[in-house]
Design a protein around this ligand. Sequence first.
Ligand code: TYM
Length: 333
Amino acid sequence: MQTIFSGIQPSGIPTIGNYIGAMKQFVALQEDYNSYYCIVDEHAITMPQDRLKLREQIKSLAALYLAIGLDPEKSIIFIQSEVSAHAEAAWIVQCNTSLGELERMTQFKDKSLKNKRAGVSAGLLTYPPLMVADIILYQTDLVPVGDDQKQHLELTRDFVERFNNKYSSGQPILTLPEVKIPEEGGRIMSLQEPTKKMSKSDKNAKSFISMLDEPSIIRKKFKSAVTDSSGIIEYDPINKPGISNLLVIFSAFSGQSIDSLVTMYTGKGYGEFKDELATAVIAVMEPIQQRHAELLKSDELDLILDQGAESARKVANKTLQKMKNAVGLGRKS
Ligand code: TYM
């Protein structure tokens, strides 16, 4: 059976962008793959975090993984910092990656520009090697992510090829992973600035729908979503990014194609469309929110995370040892 790995940063409450781009795929894929789903808390501290809030968000994200339908019998769910092999492997990856490669990463360029380069953490630059480590430790075949992670996956593939060429004699040491981005919904846009990606760390809460927003808030946020003045519901991401983004969201939550939604809403107004879109999103989110609240109150969650970390450690340590042997660290040959 092939292996999947993916992760989400607990740097805020996941949005419907995270859900459509990544989490929804996780649930479907766990049926056919050996799956590892990680709460990547070490990635979250590349940007400043409030420690108590971070702790809360780590647990909340773990509960969300389960609430959306990830089954601990089928998937290994764990917290990155509880498996020390990630940080150790990341060091070996860093020492086999050039500064130039890291400085070219658009996410680094974007985040360091906004926060003035000299003041950002070195971890922001070495973030992609940690992500490479996450993926290779489980000999991952497939990585389901949204569109914004494409470049990081290319870096991972380049690293694996380079590492195998340099250090393996015969059998490759590391598996070359493939990226899996959904055909539709790989990049859900902000509700307020539809040419910008929806992000859980956006300062304007009206720009995203969090997976834990109350139904009345969800309805309100869709109502105030930026569209255009034509009043015609059609899919045209270049000229009508607002309504096109809402069509993608509606399609992801209703299971109906964009074409059939466009036909259904011909001649109808944005108001009615937005209201029914909100109803479709709430219908999926409400049961997830209820299960999330129950899980946070139960002891089940800690048990699942303990077991997840233990299972992950076994696999990760094996690959880490192979990497250490390959580069000549320690004493074991
Ligand atoms: P993060 O936490 O920013 O986002 C988690 C997942 O959600 C996807 N995503 C989106 N998809 C569609 N539309 C959006 N607006 C949107 N925003 C986010 C992301 O592409 C991602 O799949 N570096 C990663 C976390 C990570 C990881 C890994 C992922 C660390 N190690 C190893 C895969 C494998 C990140 O920051 O995701």
